[in-house]
Design a protein around this ligand. Structure first.
Ligand code: SF4
Length: 273
């Protein structure tokens, strides 16, 4: 099956039947084509690609998370590159800014397929039996383990800390998307003091619900000071068709706080903050 993506990201599969954008001049034979659309702001482009690929192929489908596709059982390497695995879909929470609850509904566990990068929405909301089996699988992986889907800091316990210490950890990603989430990261920091900041990462959504630039910056610094390397992300409405144009000072803040060189130098400039 041919899979088509509107843009290349670090997650895009790289096999011969994965394409970015328009059909090439030399094409594989007629077969099912699936256009994969993750974000609502890519819908127009994906609809254009649907028309373009339909000129050459008889069976073209357009779908993906942007079309509220609830997500079926995960097939490794199909829509996300090899090494990434998804062992559950859905979530037990209903965060205001997040597409997952509407799109995927309640959490459901899938058979555990091998991979070193766990991209579940909320692995820690799964049953202890499932979480335990996921870590059994992770202990068999050769590459360092990355939790790119994030580990829910609110649900994180001492048992999860022990599990993290039992694997070859690459990066454990948490989130601090609003001021009230700081206390959960503080708890995680106390539970896994051995894990270095470069391996303790935190997505930090900024600019949500009229947050001021100053408050966003203080939250980023608080995350850094707790021993997490932050990754700042500007808030995007879940159903927006075009990305919001953020003022340049917000863009600068985001750029500074999404890379180690940027945030380390920002902290050096104002060491007392
Ligand atoms: S916990 Fe994460 S996946 Fe679940 S609703 Fe909140 S942001 Fe979305």
């Amino acid at each position: 099956m041919i899979r088509v993506f509107p843009r290349k990201t670090k997650w895009t599969p790289t096999d011969k039947l994965a394409f970015i954008g328009d059909p090439p001049m030399f094409r594989p034979p007629d077969q099912l084509v699936k256009i994969s659309c993750t974000f609502t702001w890519d819908i127009n482009e994906c609809e254009r690609l649907y028309r373009g690929w339909s000129d050459f192929y008889s069976d073209v489908e357009l779908g993906g998370p942007a079309f509220d596709d609830p997500g079926a059982e995960f097939t490794p390497g199909q829509f996300i590159k090899d090494g990434v695995t998804i062992t559950s879909r859905g979530c037990v929470k209903d965060c205001e800014w997040c597409m997952v609850p509407e799109r995927e509904g309640q959490i459901r566990e899938y058979p555990i397929l091998p991979g070193h990068n766990i991209n579940d929405n909320n692995l820690l909301a799964c049953s202890d039996k499932h979480v335990s089996a996921v870590f059994d699988m992770l202990r068999c992986q050769k590459k360092a383990i990355v939790f790119s889907g994030g580990l829910d800091a609110e649900l994180f316990t001492g048992w999860h800390a022990e599990l993290l210490m039992s694997i070859n950890l690459g990066e454990a990603w948490f989130a601090c998307d609003y001021p009230g989430a700081i206390k959960y990261l503080e708890k995680v920091a106390l539970l896994v003091p051995e894990i270095k900041p470069r391996k303790r990462r935190a997505y930090v959504m900024i600019g949500f619900k009229g947050e001021s630039l100053k408050n966003a910056e203080s939250r980023l610094k608080a995350v850094y000071n707790m021993g997490f390397w932050p990754y700042a992300m500007l808030y995007r409405k879940k159903d927006e068709m075009k990305p919001k144009r953020w003022p340049k000072e917000w863009k600068k803040l985001q750029r500074t706080w999404c890379r180690p060189g940027g945030f380390k130098s920002a902290m050096k400039k104002k060491p007392n903050n």
